[in-house]
Each structure stands twice: as structure tokens, then as C-alpha cells.
Write a new protein. Structure first.
Length: 141
């Protein structure tokens, strides 16, 4: 009798695990905003979600006909692998001198550096599965 109850408990646990894995696979995210061209990159577009204010690079479809128009897109955020970036800090000149520079001068150089790492800011990618027009207006470029 104990064996039957244990087997039934294991089967129930497996069914719950399968349900959770199905829920993770079928998660679709909806964003609403205006399709804008990405600066410096032809044929690439971005959307800023009106609810959260987050900006995404959108891929997966041709967005030319929706350019500067409000839309609702359904899809998911693309999760990429590990990305490692680095460099010499605060910059190559100061780091290359390895202590041969006056510490106060090095501190001034580090404080006036534009960004701490000099690394470009990456916009998350959003893979669009469906797109449809939305109500509202977009700011003129």
C-alpha cells in the first residue's frame, strides 16, 4: 500500500514539473510603443515600451511600414550567452604608466573619464512574433 502511494506522489510531482516547463516555454510578452529607426544602424529598429519606459531593439519582421507609428508587438526577449568586456581603466595611457604617474593626476584623469568602463551600452533584443497597430500618437522625429 505504501508503494502505491509513493508511486502516485512521484507521478504527481512529474506532472507538475512538466506543467511548469510548458508555462516557461509559452511565455509571450507584449509591448506597446512607437517603432523608431535605430541611430547609426540602417534597417534596425527600436521600440520604447510605454508602460515601463524600457527600450528594446526589435527583430524578427520587417518594420518599415510601422515606422513612427504606435504598435503592439508580441514576442519575447532574446537571452544571449555570457558576454565579457573589459579594457584598461581608467584609460590605456594611465594604466600603461603603472604607477609612474603622480597619484593626484591619475585621480583627476579617472574622475574626468566619460564613462567608467568606456563600454557601449547594449539594448536588449526583442524577437517579435506578431505586430498590430495600436492607438495613440508618436512623437515626430
Amino acid at each position: 500500500m505504501l508503494i502505491v502511494a509513493t508511486a502516485a506522489g512521484v507521478a504527481t510531482a512529474q506532472e507538475k514539473a512538466q506543467d511548469k516547463s510548458r508555462d516557461k516555454k509559452s511565455k509571450v510578452v507584449s509591448l506597446t510603443g512607437c517603432v523608431e529607426p535605430e541611430s547609426g544602424a540602417p534597417d534596425q529598429y527600436t521600440i520604447t515600451d510605454t508602460k515601463e519606459g524600457s527600450k528594446y531593439r526589435i527583430t524578427g519582421m520587417n518594420f518599415r511600414e510601422y515606422l513612427n507609428r504606435p504598435v503592439q508587438v508580441d514576442g519575447g526577449i532574446v537571452v544571449k550567452g555570457l558576454k565579457i568586456s573589459g579594457g584598461l581603466l581608467p584609460n590605456a595611457n594611465i594604466a600603461g604608466q603603472a604607477g609612474a604617474i603622480d597619484p593626484s593626476r591619475a585621480a583627476v584623469q579617472a574622475a574626468t573619464n566619460d564613462s567608467g568602463t568606456g563600454a557601449p551600452v547594449d539594448i536588449p533584443e526583442f524577437k517579435v512574433k506578431t505586430i498590430k497597430p495600436a492607438s495613440g500618437d508618436c512623437p515626430t522625429p
